[in-house]
Design a protein around this ligand. Structure first.
Ligand code: ZN
Ligand code: ZN
Length: 267
């Protein structure tokens, strides 16, 4: 049994990622309405009640907006840092708190490291999961990165990371100047170029899959994101590059480095 990652959808209108390891099912973020979560899980023959817990990266609505609903409606336990829990008004009876660089254990064999990343007014974290030596990173919403993040993501078999905007499209796009500055800033989002530079630092021959997430619908396109990333890592990276858009789930990515295969979700 290998660990798997399925993005239920990523982008400014909602993010949630299903991580499965053995019998354990974890959601990383829940930025969808209850009905949307139900619908997206249903496409994988799952129900919200099948989820063991939700880890929340930060309090922005597209990542945490549906967490309180999931607690109230289905009693799903939630893990978040204190700032995020406070901002989202989470039920203290159903919430556990993690700190920076905590190793959160779920079940017998899965552990998830919480690595702080700079992102505006939030206490955002990236997640690095380890299941019997298989390592997968899920990183989103950061304006820049730290040496610490590089250290923990280096050599992961699976890396999901945002590629939010193309620099030229953002420059010439419709957003007001102040918003453009915020997106470009240290606390904003990663451009395709920055994501390419980060991946060039962390991808090794162990890395089998890179999934680009949280693409801006106004300031990016899948082919620009993919070609920019390939420009930075194409010389040495021989794995797969996939893209997760807003309306998932699209694919399940199996982390096991030896048996790598993708299941298309047909319905
Ligand atoms: Zn955010
Ligand atoms: Zn976001």
């Amino acid at each position: 049994m290998t660990m798997s990652i399925t993005h239920l959808g990523t982008g400014s209108r909602g993010n949630s990622t299903l991580l499965e390891a053995g019998d354990v099912k974890v959601l990383l973020d829940q930025g969808f309405s209850g009905a949307q979560l139900e619908k997206r899980l249903n496409r994988m023959n799952l129900k919200p009640q099948d989820i063991d817990c939700i880890l929340v990266s930060h309090h922005h609505g597209d990542h945490g907006g549906g967490v309180a609903i999931a607690q109230r409606k289905w009693n799903i336990p939630v893990l978040a840092n204190e700032r995020t829990a406070l901002e989202l008004n989470l039920d203290p009876m159903l919430t556990k708190y993690f700190g920076s660089l905590d190793l959160v254990r779920v079940g017998d064999d899965l552990s998830i490291l919480t690595v702080p990343v700079p992102h505006g007014d939030s206490d955002n974290v990236a997640f690095v999961a380890n299941y019997r030596g298989e390592r997968a990173a899920v990183i989103t919403d950061l304006g820049s990165w730290t040496d610490e993040l590089v250290k923990h993501v280096h050599g992961c078999q699976h890396i999901s990371i945002e590629a939010n905007y193309d620099e030229k499209l953002l420059d010439h796009g419709p957003y007001p100047y102040s918003l453009k500055e915020r997106i470009r800033g240290r606390g904003g989002h990663l451009s395709n170029k920055q994501t390419g530079e980060f991946l060039a630092e962390v991808c090794t021959e162990n890395t089998r899959t890179v999934v680009l997430t949280h693409l801006s619908e106004k300031n990016n396109s899948p082919h620009l994101a993919e070609s920019t990333i390939l420009y930075h890592i194409g010389d040495f990276f021989s794995g797969d590059i996939d893209i997760s858009l807003q309306d998932g789930p699209e694919k399940t990515h199996y982390v096991n480095a030896d048996i790598h295969f993708n299941n298309e979700i047909l319905n």
